[in-house]
Ligand binder design. Structure first.
Ligand SMILES: [Zn+2]
Length: 303
């Protein structure tokens, strides 16, 4: 009876955006894969992103969700920031270890000509610059590291980040496919990472397997789930799935946070707004929501 209940819940999670975690080669490989069409579609709707920015932001958000899923600390936040000299300017994404992510682009409406093969030019939109990753857990010093961007295509940049910071071979693939009406058609990705005590034959096998993987969007278009993607990438490597969790765009901003943000304007500024009967507007960059605080509420905050 218990097993039936668990299977039902598992199946429900797998119908929506979700992340799977798995392992292979006797624990020498750990692997994560995600499908996140709704997550990326929500970001597109919240920010009115162009297809190019939907792809760039979507790729970084899904990477954030998977890196978040690597964390064992429930209150840890992972923030990925890309700064580039291309027209998008920058991307900021924050994720936790429960599959929740929020994010925004500095310039959400950038359009560039497609590359050969009808591919969105994410690398051109980002340009040259750097990627930073910050791990922030309340009560401890935030830990951050930065790397130069390799291509601005996000997946390559994160692959390089893991090689530089964790010193272990890691492959990151993230892809977003946009419909002609600008809605999100497919969004997904994977992170496959060797553990520090890996043996060389495992690396050889993984490299051979990855050479036969075309792209994340090809796998998604072929109808593959995150589970299918990992089984494909880790074929003949004794892949075992550990668990599945839901994934979503979640901001968490609310009136209380907006009130705290407005207090940062300082008492003199707020007294001035109250005198002029002005309503304060707090714009949340992460989800695009506007919070309004009336003069009466401003008075209550200062009381
Ligand atoms: Zn928000």
């Amino acid at each position: 009876m218990d097993a039936e209940i668990i299977d039902f819940e598992d199946a429900r999670i797998r119908r929506g955006d979700h992340i799977v975690r798995g392992t292979a080669a006797d624990g020498m490989v750990r692997a994560f894969a995600i499908t996140a069409r709704s997550t990326v579609q929500t970001a597109h709707e919240n920010h009115g992103t162009s297809p190019l920015v939907t792809a760039a932001l979507g790729r970084l958000m899904m990477a954030g969700q998977m890196i978040g899923a690597m964390s064992k600390n429930d209150n840890e936040l992972i923030t990925l920031t890309v700064r580039g000299d291309g027209p998008i300017g920058g991307l900021t994404v924050t994720a936790n270890n429960r599959g929740q992510v929020k994010g925004f682009a500095n310039n959400p409406h950038v359009w560039l000509p497609l590359k050969p093969g009808e591919h969105l030019n994410v690398g051109g939109g980002i340009g040259a610059g750097e990627l930073s990753v910050v791990f922030d857990q309340p009560g401890t010093m935030p830990y951050s590291s930065q790397v130069e961007l390799v291509s601005g295509e996000i997946g390559d940049d994160l692959t390089y980040y893991f090689a530089a910071s964790d010193q272990v071979p890691t492959s990151v693939g993230v892809g977003v496919l946009v419909n002609t009406d600008t809605s999100v058609r497919q969004a997904g990705g994977f992170i496959v990472q060797l553990m520090p005590d890996y043996l060389d034959f495992v690396l050889d096998q993984l490299e051979a397997n990855l050479a036969g993987v075309t792209s994340v969007t090809d796998m998604l278009e072929a109808g593959m789930s995150p589970s299918d993607m990992l089984r494909h990438i880790l074929r003949d490597m004794d892949y075992k799935e550990l668990d599945v969790m839901p994934a979503e765009f979640h901001c968490g901003c609310d009136e209380a946070r907006a009130s705290r943000a407005v207090l940062a304007l300082g008492e003199a500024e707020l007294r001035d707004m109250i005198a002029k009967r002005e309503t304060a507007e707090i714009y949340c960059h992460f989800c695009g929501k506007r919070h309004y605080i009336s003069p009466k509420e401003l008075e209550d905050l200062l009381a």
